[in-house]
Design a protein around this ligand. Structure first.
Ligand SMILES: [Zn+2]
Length: 332
């Protein structure tokens, strides 16, 4: 092993080392993949080893898109078999920390492993996502001193060059676009329509997302209570990912119900929107119990005649035409 190999082996995980520049170029899979969504985090802000906080991964064509990236979501992304450097786009529905805390990890690890050889991450989210990005990665930002050290210190540049980078090294520069309800983002064979979520306004701008391709459609409410705007956005979609925070009737206040979905409200939304599959997520430990789980699904099925899925971390749903064709759960 020569000096260069030693540095690379010491600095890069075997999987990443095998990938960058050798097997397939980062951010550009050789072939288009079937449209699918993997649940990276189906939990809440509450600490849990079973359910990480909110995060979803969409494989569409040659793009790999994350929708929200809460704490633990990035770990799940790697567990799902994907590489940090292959993520092309990140969307955020709102800036509650359980939906965005792994943003820093995604950007910094992608920048570090990518070694200036992959395109900048494209980021979409409600304000103040641009300011947050600047506050995290700008020269005066939280990670500013670390970034400067990695851009300037010879030891870091040794690693950077071993990964194929050429000095001078660029700083991380996510391409941020602020979005609002009504925004439309078009990609290579896909379109994301942004809707209004009913959550914790006016403190945070809260959005829902719908992705359409010729293969099918996926709608994600972000976090939302019962809302006509969600019904409108989700109309006829193949998969609706909906917050199902708690058991109907146990809400401490009307405000709580309006901000966080309960299962009977969600059944009505899925029925009115005419979706094919409803995936329940953002599940509190109180309802994530045998018999409670079954009761919730049963009561929803009394109202909504489509398929109901109790979300689990690392569950992967593939949309083939109008149906969910495979489900792979960590629990088997
Ligand atoms: Zn929230």
């Amino acid at each position: 092993m020569n000096r260069r190999e030693f540095i690379a082996a010491a600095a890069v995980s075997p999987a990443a080392l095998a990938g960058v520049g050798e097997q397939q170029p980062a951010g550009a899979p050789a072939t288009a993949r079937p449209l699918s969504i993997t649940l990276l985090g189906t939990g809440t802000p509450a600490p849990s080893l079973e359910r990480q906080s909110s995060g979803y991964l969409i494989e569409v064509g040659t793009d790999l898109i994350v929708w929200d990236h809460g704490p633990g979501a990035h770990h799940r992304l790697m567990e799902s078999g994907h590489r940090t450097i292959d993520v092309t786009h990140a969307f955020f529905t709102h800036l509650h920390y359980d939906h965005c805390m792994d943003y820093g990890r995604l950007v910094l690890q992608r920048w570090d492993q990518g070694a200036d050889r992959i395109p900048d991450l494209q980021v979409y989210g409600p304000p103040p996502i641009a300011r947050m990005t600047q506050q995290l990665f700008g020269e005066d930002g939280i990670y500013g001193p670390d970034i400067r050290a990695r851009v300037e210190h010879r030891s870091s540049l040794d690693v950077f060059e071993a990964r194929g980078g050429k000095v001078p090294r660029r700083r991380p520069a996510p391409r941020v676009t602020e979005i609002h309800a009504g925004s439309v983002v078009e990609g290579n064979g896909w379109k994301v329509t942004v809707g209004h979520a009913q959550h914790v306004q006016p403190y945070l701008e809260c959005l829902a997302l719908r992705l359409d391709t010729k293969e099918g459609s996926i709608c994600y409410t972000g976090d939302s209570g019962p809302s006509d705007t969600i019904v409108e956005l989700a109309k006829g979609c193949d998969i609706l990912i909906h917050m199902n925070h708690y058991f109907s009737g146990t809400e401490p206040s009307p405000a709580y119900r309006m901000a966080c979905g309960n299962h009977r409200d969600n059944a009505e939304i899925a029925r009115r929107a005419g979706v094919k599959t409803l995936v329940l997520t953002h599940l509190l430990g109180q309802i994530d119990q045998p018999s409670v789980r079954e009761q919730i699904v049963h009561e929803i099925q009394n109202v909504f005649t489509g398929k109901v899925i109790w979300g689990e971390d690392l569950m992967r749903l593939t949309v083939a035409g109008a149906r969910v064709s495979t489900i792979e759960s960590r629990q088997g």
